[in-house]
Design a protein around this ligand. Structure first.
Ligand code: SAM
Length: 186
């Protein structure tokens, strides 16, 4: 199947790999706005079909991109999409930030954030949408590890329930509490 994202066509595999959503285009826009025209080092965590990382690589040619996922099929799709669209992205199979550089300017992520009792996601791959506990454990772990992988003026952009949350390296504790407030208020 093919899915349009930010003006590009991505091959997707519904039911096995999360198909990119229009709502996530705002994460790409926020990343492009943050980095401007210059060089930067960015990692996309939980890349799925590669839509975020590949779009950033195409729209910001001076940026070096890494993209990680635990799902072999997702990385296979991302590799095919990158080759077809002519994007250069370092694909890494691993948990969150494992194997990624330690001097990134930006970490972007659209990770699983639903708790196991969320209804209506039967057609999505469970590992792509559900996290443990209240649903925030993937993001808690990402935030806990992000400081070690960011340059001093680096930052994080994450997608959460249709919103993009942004934090500087010094604001990571705030980002965690912001997510927990949003979940508590839901
Ligand atoms: C909601 S999907 C988003 C996919 C893609 N970023 C997008 O926006 O279309 C979450 C992705 O995170 C991946 N994932 C889940 N657990 C992970 C982990 N511990 N480390 C890295 N990726 C993970 C899933 O395999 C899935 O591809």
């Amino acid at each position: 199947m093919e899915t349009r994202f930010h003006g590009y066509t991505f091959t997707s595999d519904p039911g096995r790999v999360f198909a990119p959503r229009a709502a996530t285009e705002q994460l790409v826009d926020a990343a492009l706005e943050r980095i401007g025209d210059g060089p930067a080092r960015i990692a996309d965590i939980g890349t799925g079909s590669g839509a975020i990382a590949i779009t950033l690589a195409l729209r910001a040619p001076l940026v070096e991109l890494w993209a990680s996922d635990t799902c072999a099929r997702a990385l296979e799709l991302a590799k095919g999409n990158a080759e077809r669209l002519g994007a250069r992205v370092h694909l890494v199979k691993g948990d969150l930030l494992d194997g990624l550089p330690r001097d990134l300017d930006l970490i972007v992520a659209n990770l699983p954030y639903l708790s196991a009792d969320a209804q209506g996601y039967e057609h999505e791959p469970a590992a792509a949408v559900f996290s443990t506990g209240d649903g925030l454990d993937h993001y808690r772990r990402l935030i806990a590890g992000a400081g070690d992988h960011l340059s001093a003026d680096g930052g994080v952009l994450i997608q959460f329930e249709g919103k993009v949350l942004e934090a500087e390296r010094s604001e990571l504790p705030w980002l965690r509490s912001q997510l927990e407030s949003l979940v508590a208020a839901a």
